[in-house]
Design a protein around this ligand. Structure first.
Ligand SMILES: *Cc1c(COP(=O)(O)O)cnc(C)c1O
Length: 481
C-alpha cells in the first residue's frame, strides 16, 4: 500500500513545480506579456484569420505535457492575434472592456492563495475586502451604508440577481406571472429580458415606453402606461432605467422615473452596467440624479472601471428579499458561523464557490488611487464629443444625438444611392483595415456605425487615426460607385 502511494506521489508531485521551475515559467510568461503590451501600439485592433482560430485545436489535451514556450506560441498565434484585440486602444466596438495590469497581478495573487471568498468563515478578510469594495460602490451611487451587494461575473448576472430579488420582494405567485409588467425602452440591454426568462418570468409583459429624440424614455408615457395597466388588472412589477444604453450611451431620466416608481410602489432598477462609474465625474451629477432612489443597480467594473472581463456588481437595498431569493444552507455547511456585520457572497448570489474577484478590483484602485480613473473617464467622454464634432466637419456625414456618455453614432449619407448599404460597406472597409475596430447598430431601420470610447488605452491618437481611416475609405467607396 505504502509503496503504491509513494509511486503515485512521485508523479503527482509534478503538479507542484519547484522554485527553479516556477522562476523559469514566470520569466517566460513575463517576457510574453511584456512583448504583447510593448507591441500594442503597432498591431491590429482586429484580426481576420482564415482559419478563425481553428489552429488552437492542434493543442488538444493529451497524457503528455507540452513545454511552456510551445504553449505560448499557440496562444499568441491562435488566440491573441485572432479576432478583436481587446487590449488595443483601437478597440472601439460594442462596449470595450478593460484589463488594467494590476488586475492581472490581483488574479495571480488570488489564484496562488486560492482564498475561498464565498463565505465569511473560511476567509473573513477576503469577504471583508469584497464587501468594502461594494460599500465604496454603494456610496458612489448614493445608496445607504446598509445596502447589500455582490461582486458578480458581469452585468447579466447582476441583472438576474436584481430580477429574482424583485420577484421575492413583490411576492408574486406563479399564477400571476403573466400579469406582471416590466417597463423599459427598446434600447434596454437584452440581458434584462434574458434574466426575466431565466427567473421564470418569461410570461411577464414587456411594456416598451416610447423615447424622445434623444432616445430617452418619455416619463409621461411611462406614467400613462402604468395607470392603464393598473386599470386593466395587471401588476406593474419593475421599471428599468438605463444609465447609459449600450447602443448610444443614453441616460434615461432616472430621477423622474424613480419618483414614478415610488408613487406606484414598483421596483426601480437602474442598469448602469455601462455608465455606472462615470458617476465618479462631478460634472455628470445632474445627468445621474436619482440613482440613490433605485431599489437595485447593476454595475460592470469590467466596462467603466477598466477591469478585465468577468467583473460585475449588483447593489440592492432590500436585504431581506435578496436573501429570500438566494440564501440556502446544508448539513455539510454546519461549521459556518455568521457575523452580523458582513454578508456572505454565497447568501446573495447564485454562486457558492467563486473566483476571489475582489483582488482584481482592489489592487488597481489601491496602486493607482482613484484620481487617474476619474481622469481617464473624463478623457473618454471628451474624446467621444471630439469625434462627434470632427466627423460632422467631413462632408456627407450625419451624427446621432450628442453623446450623453462616451458612445457616438454616425453614418455617411451619399448624394445618390442608398445610405444603409453605403455604411455597411464603410464599416466592412474599416474592419478590413484592422487598425481600429468599430461595430454597427440599427435604430428604426437606419444603419449606424458606432464609436464606443471606453478602453483605457484609447486616446486622441486613436480617434485621429479613426477619422483618417474613415475619410480615406469613404472616398474609396464613393469613387468605385
Ligand atoms: C454590457 C451590458 C450588460 C450586460 O453585462 P455583461 O457584463 O456583458 O454580462 C447589461 N446592461 C448594459 C447596459 C450593458 O451595457
Amino acid at each position: 500500500m505504502i509503496e503504491k502511494i509513494k509511486e503515485q506521489e512521485k508523479i503527482s508531485l509534478l503538479l507542484d513545480p519547484s522554485a527553479e521551475k516556477r522562476d523559469a515559467w514566470n520569466e517566460q510568461v513575463l517576457n510574453h506579456t511584456n512583448l504583447f503590451l510593448n507591441e500594442l501600439e503597432n498591431v491590429n485592433a482586429y484580426y481576420q484569420n482564415k482559419d478563425q482560430g481553428a489552429g488552437i485545436l492542434n493543442y488538444d489535451l493529451s497524457e503528455d505535457p507540452m513545454p511552456l514556450d510551445k504553449v505560448l506560441k499557440g496562444l499568441k498565434s491562435h488566440i491573441e492575434e485572432d479576432g478583436i484585440n481587446a487590449a488595443s486602444g483601437g478597440h472601439m466596438g460594442y462596449i470595450p472592456g478593460g484589463g488594467l495590469y494590476p488586475s492581472a497581478l490581483g488574479d495571480f495573487l488570488a489564484a496562488i492563495s486560492n482564498k475561498y471568498a464565498g463565505i465569511f468563515f473560511p476567509a473573513p478578510g477576503a469577504v471583508r475586502l469584497e464587501n468594502m469594495l461594494l460599500r465604496w460602490m454603494a456610496k458612489l451611487m448614493g445608496f445607504p451604508a446598509n445596502a447589500v451587494g455582490n461582486l458578480t461575473s458581469g452585468g447579466s448576472i447582476s441583472n438576474l440577481i436584481a430580477v429574482v430579488t424583485a420577484r421575492e420582494a413583490v411576492g408574486v405567485k406563479a399564477k400571476d406571472f403573466d400579469k406582471l409588467v416590466v417597463y423599459l425602452s427598446a434600447q434596454a440591454h437584452h440581458s434584462l429580458q434574458k434574466a426575466l426568462r431565466i427567473a421564470g418570468l418569461g410570461e411577464a409583459q414587456l411594456r416598451y415606453i416610447s423615447m424622445d429624440s434623444q432616445l430617452k424614455i418619455e416619463v409621461t408615457e411611462l406614467e400613462k402606461a402604468i395607470v392603464a395597466d393598473q386599470k386593466n388588472g395587471l401588476i406593474p412589477f419593475m421599471i428599468n432605467a438605463s444609465m447609459g444604453t449600450t447602443n448610444t450611451g443614453t441616460v434615461d431620466p432616472i430621477s423622474q422615473m424613480a419618483d414614478i416608481a415610488e408613487q406606484h410602489k414598483i421596483w426601480f432598477h437602474v442598469d448602469a452596467a455601462y455608465g455606472g462609474f462615470f458617476k465618479l465625474l462631478p460634472e455628470l451629477e445632474e445627468e445621474f440624479e436619482g440613482t440613490e432612489k433605485a431599489d437595485s443597480i447593476s454595475l460592470d467594473p469590467h466596462k467603466s472601471l477598466f477591469l478585465p472581463f468577468g467583473t460585475g456588481a449588483i447593489l440592492i437595498k432590500n436585504k431581506k428579499a435578496l436573501y429570500k431569493a438566494h440564501q440556502y444552507t446544508a448539513d455539510y455547511l454546519q461549521d459556518l458561523i455568521d457575523v452580523e456585520e458582513e454578508v456572505n457572497s454565497a447568501d446573495v448570489s447564485p454562486e457558492l464557490t467563486k473566483h476571489f474577484r475582489g483582488l482584481r478590483v482592489w489592487l488597481p484602485l489601491k496602486l493607482f488611487g482613484i484620481k487617474p480613473f476619474r481622469a481617464a473617464l473624463r478623457e473618454k467622454l471628451l474624446l467621444a464629443q471630439y469625434f462627434h464634432l470632427e466627423i460632422q466637419k467631413i462632408a456627407g456625414f450625419e451624427v446621432g444625438p450628442k453623446p450623453n456618455l462616451s458612445v457616438a453614432i454616425f453614418r455617411f449619407v451619399p448624394e445618390n444611392g442608398e445610405a444603409n448599404s453605403f455604411n455597411q460597406k464603410l464599416i466592412k472597409a474599416i474592419q478590413d483595415d484592422g487598425r481600429i475596430f468599430l461595430s454597427s447598430t440599427s435604430i428604426d431601420d437606419i444603419f449606424w456605425i458606432r464609436v464606443a470610447v471606453l478602453f483605457f488605452r484609447t486616446h486622441l491618437r486613436e480617434l485621429d487615426l479613426l477619422l483618417e481611416i474613415i475619410k480615406k475609405e469613404t472616398e474609396a467607396i464613393s469613387s468605385v460607385r
